[in-house]
Design a protein around this ligand. Structure first.
Ligand code: ADP
Ligand code: MG
Length: 239
């Protein structure tokens, strides 16, 4: 579903992604872990079409990607961010927030699709007429997930989706993401600094340091400590 070869991204003179390559199968859940500043979010934003200044080869769904994407691309690939407060428009009701992507992509039956999307993320219909600040952090992240799913994407890019939440709410959101992936057969790419989160949700994991992916490891091997790169062992100790 995703084929990245020698992805390179610079800001000014500084290269922050230094030739990263990995593949993600259809329906697979791929994780990227690494310390803060190692380039994880930068890779995800390039996959999402939010950063056009990259080089290398990027195939998504078998199609070679150019830096500028057609509108239909954004229906197939959706992103969920760490802080749902920042990513939901503060002066739009939840109803508006969910209607917008449906209108952009020309969907019919908007009312029913919004009702179904709220059911999928286990939110009551009554949240439709509230604003983001009138919800809890966990409820806001559920809205962000509903908005990402509402245009029926094939790929969900998740950037630290639980890092801003209380521990008990983190577990709820992780379980929700697990259920959704199984039901909808979605492909996930999850970025996190949290090894417990990545081994819960992902089967294969790439370890980043300083803009390079230094190790590819299965969730089982990461849990068991069967890792080859000293940085991966260090990450395990820290978490
Ligand atoms: P991570 O998500 O792993 O914490 P990021 O991908 O956010 O790391 O950042 C990688 C590096 O790129 C960091 O050094 C960061 O400061 C730099 N960086 C990220 N975005 C920008 C930007 N828009 N302009 C300049 N530098 C950036
Ligand atoms: Mg980040």
């Amino acid at each position: 579903m995703i084929n990245l070869d020698q992805l390179r991204i610079s800001f000014g003179d500084t290269e922050v992604v230094k030739g990263v390559s990995f593949n993600v199968d259809n329906g697979e859940s791929f994780g990227i872990v690494g310390e803060s500043g190692s380039g994880k979010s930068t890779i995800l934003r390039a996959l999402a079409g939010l950063n056009q200044h990259w080089s290398g080869t990027m195939d998504i769904g078998g199609e070679p990607q150019l830096p500028k994407r057609p509108k239909r691309f954004y229906r197939r690939v959706q992103m969920v961010f760490q802080d749902p407060y920042g990513s939901l428009h503060p002066r739009q009701t939840i109803d508006r927030i969910l209607a917008e992507p449906l209108e952009v992509h020309g969907f019919l039956n908007i009312e029913k699709r919004i009702a179904d999307a709220l059911n999928e993320v286990a939110l009551p219909q009554s949240v439709r007429f509230r604003f983001p600040h009138q919800l809890s952090g966990g409820q806001r992240q559920r809205v962000a997930i509903a908005r990402a799913l509402i245009s029926e994407p094939q790929i969900l890019l998740l950037d630290e989706p639980t890092s801003a939440l209380d521990v008990s709410v983190q577990a709820e959101i992780l379980n929700l993401l697990t259920d959704i992936r199984e039901q909808k057969k979605l492909t996930y790419v999850l970025v996190t600094h949290n090894l417990a989160v990545v081994t819960h949700l992902c089967t294969r994991i790439g370890v980043m340091i300083g803009g390079q992916m230094v190790e590819l490891v299965s969730a089982n091997d990461l849990r068991a400590g069967n890792v080859t790169h000293p940085h991966t062992a260090e990450l395990r100790k820290l978490s």
